[in-house]
Design a protein around this ligand. Structure first.
Ligand code: ARG
Length: 458
């Protein structure tokens, strides 16, 4: 259906149909309908309070907008590409419904400050949801950490066996990361939670508006301080996308570990069937699709950040149509992050741990070599010399097909006369883990303490 353009006054020819399609954003910005209506209602009420519009008209507008909201939510609203975007689709429909009064709604406002407030309202709620999903994931990690307390696994550097650690310590490492991710989301929310409406097209408005009143109606603790900045920056969306990229980076590292730990070579964990798929040709396969996809989706979230950074780069103040390109990457980031967190929270809670395989692997690879060096230091040897002695011991073991616990006291003494019977107690997995007892270490008591601390803080 062809619609009269809301800005048609100065034009004598109709818009080319393809140009209309090309410039329209309605296909993706219709998801802002709720925020757009909420913002318009607040704006109209303020116009009424300030005597800019008669109260009777304000009531018509508010009632009309509420009706449109209901229609959209029922799926009974005809979005038109000819009306370009969500703002004009709603306004045109309002005028169709209530006449004159509808045409007065846009008094003292521009689509430029309108879209800026819509996105902020939208993103604000989404960030609250994302934070809740982060909490769910942290719950699952804590659940795994508590259920498997005492399980020892190899800790790696360079993906080579380094030192034994508690599986719970590994889970709690991710708790730290996702807790910081939540903090980044909250920081971003705080800076974003400022009302841009009232900036007009770019310079403010000639009407005696009350921005603080609109801020109160829309639950913004503050109003923006510069009209040009209000309509022309998207740093809040970029900040969210940067925080999302870091969050996805964390999820992708966790994904990678789960994929590796699910291989028949590692067999440290088993993801439940509901999070895996089979192969159409190889009957034995159970593929860890979920972590693989999350690892892959990290790429699109980074890409979204780069897309918007590049859109914004070198844009002169104030609003430019380029900025309409903010929405798709932003919405895609929100959807991807939410989906990834939701699925991870469930998958992590349900995954099963192969305690025995972890322990066997932890005992391999001379994982307690550092403990022997520390032992020698306690017996008075300088650390560098101790490192050398243990290095030689390991080389001897490799040459003779032995592991550290296989060595006799005689053999040990051949490397240093400082070594006594007590060496055997020092190189068990438990001793190695529990010796790392300073704050932040993998000792059982420390890890328990961390679990308690995190739980108490939630
Ligand atoms: N659809 C537009 C956007 O998303 C709304 C603002 C349009 N403003 C304008 N002057 N064309 O950016």
């Amino acid at each position: 259906m062809a619609h009269e353009k809301l800005w048609g006054g100065r034009f004598s020819e109709p818009t080319d149909t393809f140009v209309e399609e090309f410039t329209a954003s309605i296909d993706f910005d219709k998801r802002l309908y709720h925020q757009d209506i909420r913002g318009s209602i607040a704006h109209a009420r303020m116009l009424g309070k300030q005597g800019i519009l008669p109260m009777a008209e304000v009531e018509k507008i508010v009632h009309g907008l509420q009706g449109i909201l209901a229609r959209i939510e029922e799926g009974n609203f005809d979005f038109s590409v000819g009306l370009e975007d969500i703002h004009m689709n709603i306004e045109a429909r309002l005028t169709e419904k209530i006449g004159e009064a509808g045409k007065r709604l846009h008094t003292g406002r521009s689509r430029n400050d309108q879209v800026a407030v819509d996105i902020r309202l939208y993103l604000r709620d989404e960030i609250v949801e994302i934070s809740a999903y982060l909490d769910l994931l942290v719950d699952s990690l804590i659940y795994q950490a508590e259920t498997n307390l005492g399980v020892i696994m190899p800790g790696y550097t360079h993906l080579q066996t380094a030192q034994p650690i508690l599986f719970s310590h590994h889970m709690m490492a991710y708790v730290e990361m996702f807790t910081r991710d939540k903090g980044r989301m909250e920081d971003c929310l705080r800076r974003m939670n400022v009302l841009p409406l009232g900036a007009g097209a770019l310079a403010g408005t000639t009407f005696p508006i009350d921005r603080e009143h609109v801020a109160e109606l829309l639950d913004f603790p503050q109003v923006t301080r510069n009209s040009l900045d209000s309509v022309s920056d998207r740093d809040f969306a970029l900040e969210f996308m940067a925080a999302s990229s870091i969050l996805m980076m964390h999820l992708s590292r966790f994904s990678e570990e789960l994929i590796l730990w699910s291989t028949s070579e590692f067999k440290f964990v088993e993801l439940t069937d509901s999070f895996c798929t089979g192969s159409s040709i190889m009957p034995q396969k159970k593929n860890p699709d979920v972590p693989e996809l999350v690892r892959g989706k990290t790429g699109r979230v980074y890409g979204n950040l780069m897309a918007l950074l590049t859109v914004m780069k070198a844009l002169p103040l104030a609003y430019n149509k380029d900025m309409q390109e903010d929405k798709e990457p932003l919405f895609d980031t929100i959807d991807t992050v939410k989906g990834s967190l939701k699925i991870f929270a469930d998958m992590v809670r349900e995954m099963r741990i192969n305690t025995g395989n972890m322990r066997t692997a932890a005992a391999k690879g001379f994982s307690t070599a550092t403990d022997v060096a520390d032992y020698l230091v306690r017996k008075g040897m300088p650390f560098r010399d101790a490192h050398e002695v243990v290095g030689k011991t390991v080389a001897y073991c490799i040459a003779n097909g032995k592991d550290l616990p296989d060595l006799t006291l005689e053999e040990w003494k051949g490397f240093s006369d400082k070594i006594g019977e007590d060496i055997f107690d020092c190189i068990t997995l438990e001793a190695s883990v529990n010796a790392r007892a300073a704050t932040g270490g993998t000792a059982l008591e420390r890890v328990k303490g961390e679990i308690e601390r995190v739980k108490a803080g939630r």
